[in-house]
Design a protein around this ligand. Sequence first.
Ligand SMILES: [Zn+2]
Ligand SMILES: [Zn+2]
Length: 292
Amino acid sequence: MSTSRSIGREQARVSHGRILQPWTLLGIVLLHVGAGIAIWYGASFGFSWRSIMLTGIYTLLTGIGVSVAYHRMLTHQSFRTNSKLLEYALVYWGGVAGQNAFTWVLNHRSHHEFGDTEHDPYSYYWPYHGGVRGFLWAHVIALVYTFGRPAKYASLPRSDPYYDVILWEQKWHTPIFLSGFFIPAFIAGWEGFWLTFLRVVYVFHVTWMVNSVCHMWGQRAARGIIPGRNSLFVIVLAFVGEGFHINHHLNPSSAYLGWKWWHFDVGKWVIQLFELLGLVYDVHRPRAPSSG
Ligand SMILES: [Zn+2]
Ligand SMILES: [Zn+2]
Protein backbone atom coordinates (compact mmCIF):
# COMPACT_ATOMS: atom_id res chain seq x y z
CA MET A 1 0.00 0.00 0.00
CA SER A 2 1.21 3.49 -0.79
CA THR A 3 2.29 5.49 2.27
CA SER A 4 0.93 8.74 0.92
CA ARG A 5 -1.38 10.14 -1.69
CA SER A 6 0.07 12.72 -4.10
CA ILE A 7 -1.84 15.74 -5.31
CA GLY A 8 -2.26 14.42 -8.83
CA ARG A 9 -0.64 12.90 -11.86
CA GLU A 10 0.60 16.31 -12.94
CA GLN A 11 2.94 16.36 -9.98
CA ALA A 12 5.97 15.39 -12.06
CA ARG A 13 5.38 18.32 -14.39
CA VAL A 14 4.20 21.03 -12.06
CA SER A 15 7.66 22.10 -10.98
CA HIS A 16 8.03 23.64 -14.45
CA GLY A 17 5.14 26.05 -13.94
CA ARG A 18 1.42 26.44 -13.47
CA ILE A 19 -1.02 24.13 -15.20
CA LEU A 20 -4.51 25.36 -16.01
CA GLN A 21 -7.31 23.07 -14.83
CA PRO A 22 -9.95 23.59 -17.55
CA TRP A 23 -12.66 21.52 -15.82
CA THR A 24 -12.31 23.52 -12.62
CA LEU A 25 -12.55 26.74 -14.62
CA LEU A 26 -15.60 25.49 -16.52
CA GLY A 27 -17.27 24.38 -13.28
CA ILE A 28 -16.78 27.80 -11.66
CA VAL A 29 -18.13 29.57 -14.77
CA LEU A 30 -21.20 27.30 -15.00
CA LEU A 31 -22.00 27.75 -11.30
CA HIS A 32 -21.94 31.52 -11.78
CA VAL A 33 -24.18 31.21 -14.86
CA GLY A 34 -26.58 29.15 -12.69
CA ALA A 35 -26.49 31.84 -9.99
CA GLY A 36 -27.35 34.44 -12.63
CA ILE A 37 -30.32 32.31 -13.76
CA ALA A 38 -31.39 31.99 -10.10
CA ILE A 39 -31.47 35.79 -9.75
CA TRP A 40 -33.52 36.05 -12.98
CA TYR A 41 -35.83 33.25 -11.75
CA GLY A 42 -36.35 34.99 -8.38
CA ALA A 43 -36.99 38.37 -10.04
CA SER A 44 -39.51 36.78 -12.43
CA PHE A 45 -41.39 34.30 -10.23
CA GLY A 46 -40.26 35.06 -6.67
CA PHE A 47 -39.07 32.53 -4.08
CA SER A 48 -41.17 31.07 -1.28
CA TRP A 49 -40.10 31.52 2.35
CA ARG A 50 -39.84 27.74 2.57
CA SER A 51 -37.17 27.52 -0.14
CA ILE A 52 -35.35 30.57 1.23
CA MET A 53 -35.26 28.99 4.71
CA LEU A 54 -34.02 25.72 3.22
CA THR A 55 -31.24 27.53 1.39
CA GLY A 56 -30.34 29.38 4.59
CA ILE A 57 -30.00 26.07 6.47
CA TYR A 58 -27.83 24.69 3.65
CA THR A 59 -25.68 27.83 3.72
CA LEU A 60 -25.15 27.44 7.47
CA LEU A 61 -24.33 23.73 7.25
CA THR A 62 -21.97 24.07 4.28
CA GLY A 63 -20.23 27.02 5.99
CA ILE A 64 -19.72 24.80 9.03
CA GLY A 65 -18.51 22.00 6.74
CA VAL A 66 -15.84 24.22 5.20
CA SER A 67 -14.71 26.01 8.37
CA VAL A 68 -15.21 23.47 11.18
CA ALA A 69 -14.55 20.30 9.16
CA TYR A 70 -12.14 21.16 6.34
CA HIS A 71 -10.28 24.00 8.00
CA ARG A 72 -10.20 23.39 11.75
CA MET A 73 -10.54 19.58 11.88
CA LEU A 74 -8.85 18.22 8.72
CA THR A 75 -6.22 20.85 8.00
CA HIS A 76 -5.15 22.01 11.47
CA GLN A 77 -6.39 19.07 13.59
CA SER A 78 -7.50 21.60 16.20
CA PHE A 79 -9.91 19.08 17.76
CA ARG A 80 -10.61 15.35 17.55
CA THR A 81 -13.96 13.62 17.21
CA ASN A 82 -15.29 10.77 19.35
CA SER A 83 -17.76 9.90 16.63
CA LYS A 84 -16.93 8.67 13.13
CA LEU A 85 -20.50 9.51 12.16
CA LEU A 86 -19.98 13.15 13.15
CA GLU A 87 -16.58 13.24 11.41
CA TYR A 88 -18.00 11.99 8.12
CA ALA A 89 -21.15 14.12 8.43
CA LEU A 90 -19.08 17.29 8.91
CA VAL A 91 -16.90 16.45 5.91
CA TYR A 92 -20.02 15.65 3.86
CA TRP A 93 -21.18 19.25 4.32
CA GLY A 94 -17.80 20.56 3.15
CA GLY A 95 -18.28 18.46 -0.01
CA VAL A 96 -21.81 19.83 -0.48
CA ALA A 97 -20.15 23.27 -0.56
CA GLY A 98 -18.42 22.10 -3.75
CA GLN A 99 -14.95 22.18 -2.24
CA ASN A 100 -12.61 19.19 -2.47
CA ALA A 101 -11.22 18.13 0.93
CA PHE A 102 -7.97 16.68 -0.44
CA THR A 103 -6.79 19.74 -2.39
CA TRP A 104 -8.26 22.06 0.27
CA VAL A 105 -6.11 20.53 3.02
CA LEU A 106 -2.87 20.45 1.00
CA ASN A 107 -3.33 23.94 -0.41
CA HIS A 108 -4.17 25.41 2.94
CA ARG A 109 -1.24 23.80 4.76
CA SER A 110 1.00 25.33 2.07
CA HIS A 111 -0.69 28.71 2.57
CA HIS A 112 0.30 28.69 6.24
CA GLU A 113 3.78 27.29 5.70
CA PHE A 114 4.76 29.55 2.80
CA GLY A 115 2.54 32.62 3.46
CA ASP A 116 2.91 35.12 0.61
CA THR A 117 5.90 33.42 -1.03
CA GLU A 118 6.11 31.40 -4.25
CA HIS A 119 4.82 28.15 -2.71
CA ASP A 120 1.73 29.81 -1.22
CA PRO A 121 -1.04 28.52 -3.57
CA TYR A 122 -3.12 31.72 -3.28
CA SER A 123 -1.05 34.66 -2.20
CA TYR A 124 -2.17 38.28 -2.54
CA TYR A 125 1.48 39.33 -2.81
CA TRP A 126 2.95 36.58 -4.99
CA PRO A 127 3.36 36.61 -7.97
CA TYR A 128 1.49 39.91 -8.55
CA HIS A 129 2.58 42.08 -5.59
CA GLY A 130 -0.95 42.98 -4.54
CA GLY A 131 -3.22 45.40 -6.37
CA VAL A 132 -6.14 44.33 -8.54
CA ARG A 133 -4.21 41.46 -10.12
CA GLY A 134 -3.05 40.25 -6.71
CA PHE A 135 -6.64 40.38 -5.47
CA LEU A 136 -8.01 38.42 -8.45
CA TRP A 137 -5.23 35.85 -8.21
CA ALA A 138 -5.70 35.26 -4.47
CA HIS A 139 -9.50 35.36 -4.72
CA VAL A 140 -10.11 32.88 -7.53
CA ILE A 141 -7.63 32.66 -10.42
CA ALA A 142 -5.02 30.69 -8.46
CA LEU A 143 -7.66 28.04 -7.79
CA VAL A 144 -7.89 27.04 -11.44
CA TYR A 145 -4.18 26.20 -11.57
CA THR A 146 -2.02 23.52 -10.04
CA PHE A 147 1.62 24.27 -9.61
CA GLY A 148 4.76 23.05 -7.92
CA ARG A 149 5.28 22.81 -4.20
CA PRO A 150 7.74 21.01 -1.93
CA ALA A 151 6.99 17.28 -1.73
CA LYS A 152 5.94 17.45 1.92
CA TYR A 153 3.06 19.72 0.94
CA ALA A 154 2.14 17.83 -2.24
CA SER A 155 1.03 14.64 -0.53
CA LEU A 156 -1.12 13.43 2.31
CA PRO A 157 0.72 10.97 4.59
CA ARG A 158 -1.02 7.69 5.43
CA SER A 159 -0.40 8.55 9.09
CA ASP A 160 -2.69 11.59 8.86
CA PRO A 161 -5.48 11.02 11.42
CA TYR A 162 -8.07 12.07 8.83
CA TYR A 163 -6.55 10.26 5.83
CA ASP A 164 -9.54 7.92 5.39
CA VAL A 165 -12.25 10.57 5.56
CA ILE A 166 -10.33 12.92 3.24
CA LEU A 167 -9.97 10.18 0.62
CA TRP A 168 -13.62 9.19 1.13
CA GLU A 169 -14.68 12.72 0.30
CA GLN A 170 -12.40 12.80 -2.72
CA LYS A 171 -13.81 9.50 -4.03
CA TRP A 172 -17.45 10.55 -3.59
CA HIS A 173 -17.00 14.28 -4.18
CA THR A 174 -19.22 14.56 -7.26
CA PRO A 175 -22.25 12.67 -5.86
CA ILE A 176 -21.88 14.49 -2.53
CA PHE A 177 -21.83 17.87 -4.29
CA LEU A 178 -24.77 16.94 -6.54
CA SER A 179 -26.80 15.81 -3.53
CA GLY A 180 -26.74 19.48 -2.53
CA PHE A 181 -28.78 20.17 -5.69
CA PHE A 182 -31.05 17.12 -5.79
CA ILE A 183 -32.22 17.10 -2.16
CA PRO A 184 -33.29 20.80 -2.15
CA ALA A 185 -34.89 20.23 -5.58
CA PHE A 186 -36.79 17.23 -4.17
CA ILE A 187 -38.00 19.31 -1.21
CA ALA A 188 -38.63 22.67 -2.90
CA GLY A 189 -38.78 21.97 -6.65
CA TRP A 190 -37.14 24.36 -9.13
CA GLU A 191 -36.79 27.02 -6.45
CA GLY A 192 -34.65 24.68 -4.38
CA PHE A 193 -32.60 23.77 -7.44
CA TRP A 194 -31.85 27.33 -8.60
CA LEU A 195 -31.28 28.71 -5.10
CA THR A 196 -28.60 26.06 -4.68
CA PHE A 197 -26.50 27.80 -7.34
CA LEU A 198 -26.74 31.04 -5.36
CA ARG A 199 -25.85 29.26 -2.13
CA VAL A 200 -22.79 27.54 -3.68
CA VAL A 201 -21.52 30.75 -5.30
CA TYR A 202 -22.05 32.73 -2.08
CA VAL A 203 -20.07 30.23 0.03
CA PHE A 204 -17.39 30.11 -2.70
CA HIS A 205 -16.88 33.86 -2.65
CA VAL A 206 -16.87 34.12 1.12
CA THR A 207 -14.30 31.31 1.31
CA TRP A 208 -12.20 33.03 -1.35
CA MET A 209 -12.44 36.37 0.48
CA VAL A 210 -10.45 34.82 3.33
CA ASN A 211 -7.56 34.46 0.85
CA SER A 212 -8.04 37.87 -0.78
CA VAL A 213 -9.84 40.44 1.41
CA CYS A 214 -8.45 39.02 4.66
CA HIS A 215 -4.92 39.58 3.33
CA MET A 216 -5.65 43.14 2.14
CA TRP A 217 -7.82 45.09 4.55
CA GLY A 218 -8.43 44.98 8.28
CA GLN A 219 -6.67 44.66 11.60
CA ARG A 220 -3.09 43.42 11.28
CA ALA A 221 -0.81 41.69 13.78
CA ALA A 222 0.59 44.10 16.36
CA ARG A 223 4.15 43.00 15.57
CA GLY A 224 6.05 41.21 12.82
CA ILE A 225 5.18 40.51 9.19
CA ILE A 226 2.70 37.70 9.71
CA PRO A 227 0.17 37.73 6.83
CA GLY A 228 -3.59 37.94 7.38
CA ARG A 229 -6.07 40.50 8.72
CA ASN A 230 -9.19 40.48 10.87
CA SER A 231 -11.82 41.82 8.47
CA LEU A 232 -15.16 42.93 9.92
CA PHE A 233 -16.66 42.67 6.43
CA VAL A 234 -15.72 38.98 6.14
CA ILE A 235 -16.56 38.28 9.80
CA VAL A 236 -20.15 39.31 9.04
CA LEU A 237 -20.43 37.65 5.61
CA ALA A 238 -18.70 34.42 6.60
CA PHE A 239 -20.53 34.15 9.99
CA VAL A 240 -18.60 30.95 10.85
CA GLY A 241 -15.61 32.94 12.15
CA GLU A 242 -13.24 32.88 9.19
CA GLY A 243 -13.00 36.69 9.05
CA PHE A 244 -10.78 36.58 12.18
CA HIS A 245 -7.88 35.79 9.87
CA ILE A 246 -4.94 37.40 11.66
CA ASN A 247 -6.06 35.59 14.81
CA HIS A 248 -5.86 32.43 12.76
CA HIS A 249 -2.42 33.11 11.24
CA LEU A 250 -1.10 33.98 14.70
CA ASN A 251 -2.49 30.80 16.21
CA PRO A 252 -3.34 28.27 13.44
CA SER A 253 -3.86 25.31 15.75
CA SER A 254 -6.61 27.05 17.77
CA ALA A 255 -10.11 25.64 17.27
CA TYR A 256 -11.42 29.13 18.02
CA LEU A 257 -10.98 31.87 15.42
CA GLY A 258 -12.84 34.51 17.42
CA TRP A 259 -10.87 34.31 20.66
CA LYS A 260 -13.17 36.20 23.00
CA TRP A 261 -16.46 34.57 24.03
CA TRP A 262 -18.53 37.23 22.31
CA HIS A 263 -16.58 37.19 19.01
CA PHE A 264 -18.95 36.27 16.19
CA ASP A 265 -17.61 32.82 15.35
CA VAL A 266 -20.45 30.34 14.83
CA GLY A 267 -17.90 27.58 14.13
CA LYS A 268 -16.46 28.04 17.64
CA TRP A 269 -19.92 27.81 19.20
CA VAL A 270 -20.65 24.62 17.25
CA ILE A 271 -17.40 23.06 18.49
CA GLN A 272 -18.22 24.14 22.07
CA LEU A 273 -21.64 22.49 21.74
CA PHE A 274 -20.06 19.28 20.42
CA GLU A 275 -17.60 19.33 23.33
CA LEU A 276 -20.44 19.80 25.82
CA LEU A 277 -22.17 16.77 24.29
CA GLY A 278 -18.97 14.71 24.51
CA LEU A 279 -18.71 14.35 20.72
CA VAL A 280 -15.29 16.02 20.39
CA TYR A 281 -12.21 16.25 22.61
CA ASP A 282 -8.70 17.75 22.65
CA VAL A 283 -10.14 21.11 21.57
CA HIS A 284 -7.20 23.51 21.16
CA ARG A 285 -7.81 26.86 22.86
CA PRO A 286 -6.12 30.04 21.60
CA ARG A 287 -2.75 30.73 23.20
CA ALA A 288 -3.28 34.48 23.51
CA PRO A 289 -6.31 36.12 25.15
CA SER A 290 -6.76 38.66 22.34
CA SER A 291 -5.36 39.63 18.96
CA GLY A 292 -3.57 42.67 20.45
ZN1 LIG B 1 -4.26 33.55 5.13
ZN1 LIG C 1 -5.70 27.78 8.37
